[in-house]
Design a protein around this ligand. Structure first.
Ligand code: CA
Length: 228
């Protein structure tokens, strides 16, 4: 899942971005409203964390501009402590939720996950494909009860495919939602990571779950649902 963090204070921006990357999110950053709007036009963010006070424009105006451009990414607004009118204005401007500064990172994470879970396929925090279980709250993956150890990026890729389980996901979508803006589209990173992931979740098991659909992309599905 890919997140845009819009916050002009460098330390706060770095803190949020680093914390989210540790949780296997792909993270882009913006330090002003104009850049945020530009990036949101180019990339399909799964959520945007948007500070209310930005140097060039107000977070509310950023939010309105996104909604006016039909950009539907959920927005989590960061507001000052106790500023009730700000929160109401944020929700009216099209934000989906707000968080009061200063906040605990765990609360930011919980609210982000709640926003992501509004997607119908993600209602349950534990995603299952046959005997493969992905606990998205604890980033814990097991197959037939056996713990599978993944790197942050491998986990991010698996969680994205699991959120789209049964569907064939193309390379462009994977690049868009699993990698950040530093991704080089001519690299073969996706193939490399798919191979690593396949080795970890499929090797030693009778049923293969991670399928390559030639010319189309990749699919995480139990064999019998693979072509459903
Ligand atoms: Ca600010």
């Amino acid at each position: 899942m890919r997140i845009l963090v819009v916050e002009d204070e460098p330390d706060a921006n770095r803190f949020i971005a680093r914390g989210l990357r540790e949780q296997a999110f792909a993270v882009d950053t913006a330090f002003d409203g104009a850049t945020a709007i530009e990036k949101a036009h180019v990339n399909a963010y799964d959520t945007i964390v948007l500070d209310l006070m930005l140097p060039d424009m107000n977070g509310l105006d950023v939010c309105r501009a996104l909604r006016a451009a039909q950009i539907a990414s959920p927005v989590l607004m960061l507001t000052a402590r106790g500023a009730v009118p700000d929160r109401i204005a944020g929700l009216n401007a099209g934000a989906d939720d707000y968080l009061t500064k200063p906040f605990d990172f765990q609360e930011l994470l919980a609210r982000l996950r709640a926003l992501l879970r509004r997607q119908p396929r993600l209602e349950n925090p534990v995603l299952c494909i046959a005997d493969l279980e992905i606990d998205t709250l604890h980033q814990r993956v097991t197959r037939s009860g056996k713990v599978i150890s993944l790197t942050t990026r491998e986990y991010g890729l698996l969680a994205y495919l699991a959120a789209r389980r049964g569907a064939v996901t193309g390379r462009a979508d994977i690049a868009e939602h699993v990698w950040d803006e530093t991704y080089d589209p001519v690299s073969n990173l996706i193939e490399v990571y798919i191979q690593r992931l396949r080795r970890k979740i499929d090797d030693g098991f009778e049923t293969r779950l991670l399928h390559t659909r030639r010319g189309e992309g990749y699919q995480l599905a139990a064999e019998d649902q693979a072509y459903a």
